[in-house]
Ligand binder design. Structure first.
Ligand code: C2E
Ligand code: MG
Ligand code: MG
Ligand code: MG
Length: 293
């Protein structure tokens, strides 16, 4: 039963928006493949930022930079549709460096304005095999004068396992350069706990598929609670992804979860709106209070 549940969750989190997305003749897909390179160069991409909240201290602590494509004909395209095309081509390095540059620039602005936050960007599998990427990212940190460790990198278990030796080298270099790393979508990929122990990680982000139903599904609650325990005993911080209601937020706080991210706190927003949100603490009642939502 555990194995079946695990498989169902993995599928749910990687489900494609398109039935025909693998059809090479799909015109939308073709347009994306042929135009993505130019889109990266011509500023058709935008970053949205999703604020992250420190549950125990009750303050905003970070944001995740999430890329979107504002296509002139096709409109707004979410990353789930086009990042895959970058990943399977040489475009993933320019895409990631574009995202990193915009995120670093924005973070520098926020830090100058007095916000005590960090920002994370997502790395893809290919990025973790690119041995020259860490130094390119470190140059951006320098160029924008960011506080050490305030540019965080989200990596996935599956990306680490693709070529573990090479990925380990890249991760080691990133850590040496002072960057913090977290495991994204934790629990949905293929990884071994032995790896967690050996990697210089800062945090685990528990996948939304476990957080979503944890108040209804005892097994999900057990997974979330034991992941928090495991992470803490390995000296890692824990972030819960996809928190959509107050009761879940409060249960996470009771479980000792460090941080939360999700629609109940804020959706991903353009930078100015994210900044406005982070200038005031969210209206979250203390966990002891009676709640209905
Ligand atoms: P992710 O890194 O796990 O990012 C979290 C995703 O969950 C985001 O979707 C976010 O909008 C969504 N989300 C956050 N809170 C909630 C919630 O409470 N409820 C629900 N239903 N969803 C929530 P988004 O922006 O569509 O990004 C999807 C994925 O695309 C990301 O998953 C990440 O894997 C990838 N991605 C996004 N930006 C980049 C990027 O710059 N580079 C790379 N390589 N991948 C990216
Ligand atoms: Mg992420
Ligand atoms: Mg995630
Ligand atoms: Mg996810």
């Amino acid at each position: 039963a555990d194995v079946a549940m695990y498989a169902a969750k993995s599928n749910a989190s990687s489900v494609s928006l398109y039935d025909n997305s693998h059809d090479a003749h799909n015109p939308r897909r073709l347009a994306m493949i042929t135009e993505l390179g130019a889109a990266i160069r011509s500023e058709q991409l935008v970053l949205h930022f999703q604020p992250r909240f420190q549950l125990q201290e009750g303050r905003w602590c970070s944001t995740e930079a999430l890329v979107r494509w504002q296509h002139p004909r096709l409109g707004f395209i979410p990353p789930g549709e086009f990042v895959q095309f970058a990943e399977t081509s040489e475009l993933i390095r320019p895409l990631t460096l574009w995202v990193a540059r915009q995120a670093a620039r924005q973070l520098a602005e926020w830090q100058h304005a007095g916000l005590e936050i960090s920002t994370s960007i997502n790395l893809s599998t290919r990025n973790l095999l690119d041995i020259t990427l860490p130094d390119a990212l470190a140059e951006l940190v320098q160029e924008f004068g960011l506080r050490p460790g305030s540019l965080e990198l989200e990596i996935t278990e599956t990306a680490l396992m693709t070529d573990p030796d090479r990925a380990m080298q890249v991760v080691a270099r990133l850590a040496e350069l002072g960057m913090r790393m977290s495991i994204d979508d934790f629990g949905t990929g293929y990884s071994s706990l032995a790896y967690l122990k050996r990697l210089p990680l800062h945090s685990l982000k528990i996948d939304r598929s476990f957080v979503r139903d944890m108040l209804q599904d005892d097994q999900d609650a057990i997974i979330v609670r034991s992941t928090i325990g495991l992470a803490h005993s390995l000296g890692l911080q824990v972030v819960a992804e996809g928190v959509e209601d107050l009761s879940t937020l409060n249960r996470l706080r009771e479980f000792g979860c460090d941080e939360a991210q999700g629609y109940i706190l804020s959706k991903p927003q353009p930078a100015e709106r994210a900044c406005l949100i982070m200038q005031t603490p969210p209206d979250i009642p203390p966990s002891g209070a009676l709640q209905r939502d």
